[in-house]
Design a protein around this ligand. Structure first.
Ligand code: FAD
Length: 291
């Protein structure tokens, strides 16, 4: 099922992100963890894709298995920056044959050793080119794109970033999923700016539950997200007690999600990090709200 149809059919949605195994020897373990998350019957499940090919090998296999065996619609992430147009054409055909109907079309991070290369010679410099190729393939995909409430780190400023986002939507993005954020007010003002810019597709809010103090540095590094004092106080108070920190971090994520739903943001995507107990806690905490 297409994500846009899921959004139309349900007043509120709650979806989860998982990542595929990195290596063959962890395949069974990771597959099992993801299958357990699928038993929670999220609105859909998205499967990430490594930019440099690192964790991309099993993305489609996992996405197809979840769709076929658990009847949960899946969203395959696809990055383009390290691929040729020919690679991507093959990949698009494979995804279409698998029956996975949704693609999150991403550029991917530029590998460090290629940052200073002349990008005019690359097949892909931006996600918009991937969106164009998917649309030109004629296959009937529902296409998503990434968006950044706190501005993508490479963008000159917020206006430029939103201008580029509008290009992606005009080229055929059906929905957007946001980078994680920890302060809902930043997301609300971002939504106003998108609507002002004429971006009217659904914007799915990305929430990352922080369950340990060491996860914070990683989240900061990956997203550059602002951490409000209210959140930092939890870490300060509970950071050295694993169980207490997990409980406090999950409660914070739930309070963000409930506030979003209460303010009319009806579509939430949770970065589960393949952790069943995280997905289960969140699903259980909002079960009446999303019913
Ligand atoms: P783009 O949309 O191409 O934007 C990148 C930058 O270029 C922005 O600053 C934008 O303003 C600018 N820009 C865009 N178009 C143009 C243009 N035509 N000319 C000039 N500037 C332009 N990474 C992975 O490797 N695997 C994943 O599975 C993955 N999943 C993700 C899921 C979500 C929800 C999000 C938010 C991110 C994900 N990422 C993933 C990270 C993503 O690949 C990086 O953030 C990457 O740096 C940018 O990808 P993008 O698709 O947003 O790029």
């Amino acid at each position: 099922m297409k994500i846009t149809d899921i959004i139309k059919k349900n007043k509120r949605t709650l979806s989860f992100e998982v990542f595929p195994p990195k290596k063959a020897d962890s395949f069974d373990l990771v597959k099992e963890a993801i299958e357990k998350i699928a038993t929670l019957q999220p609105s859909y499940l998205s499967v990430t894709y490594g930019a440099g090919g690192g964790t991309s090998k099993y993305t489609l296999e996992i996405a197809k298995n979840i769709k076929d065996s658990f009847n949960v619609p899946t969203l395959e992430h696809l990055t383009c920056v390290s691929s040729s147009k020919k690679d991507i054409a093959e990949k698009i055909n494979k995804i279409a044959s698998s029956g996975v109907e949704n693609i999150l079309a991403l550029r991917g991070d530029i590998p460090e050793d290629r940052i200073n290369e002349d990008r005019s010679t690359w097949d892909f410099s931006h996600a918009s080119e991937l969106i164009q190729q998917i649309r030109a393939s004629g296959k009937d995909f529902c296409i998503g794109g990434a968006c950044y409430p706190e501005v993508h780190p490479e963008a000159k400023n917020s206006s430029e970033d939103i201008f580029r986002l509008k290009e992606k939507v005009d080229l055929g993005c059906d929905f957007l999923t946001s980078q994680m954020f920890f302060d809902n007010s930043l997301f609300y003002s971002f939504l106003y700016r998108l609507r002002d810019a004429g971006i009217n597709v659904p914007v799915i809010a990305g929430i990352m539950p922080i369950t340990s103090a060491k996860q914070i540095e990683r989240a900061r590094r990956l997203s550059g997200s602002f951490m409000p004092q209210k959140f930092l106080s939890l870490v300060d108070r509970f950071g050295d007690d694993d169980k207490a920190m997990k409980q406090a971090g999950l409660s914070y994520a739930v309070s963000q999600i409930v506030d979003l739903y209460a303010n009319g943001v009806n579509n939430i995507h949770v970065y589960t990090m393949n952790n069943y107990s995280v997905a289960e806690f969140i699903k259980h905490s909002v079960s009446e709200i999303i019913k």
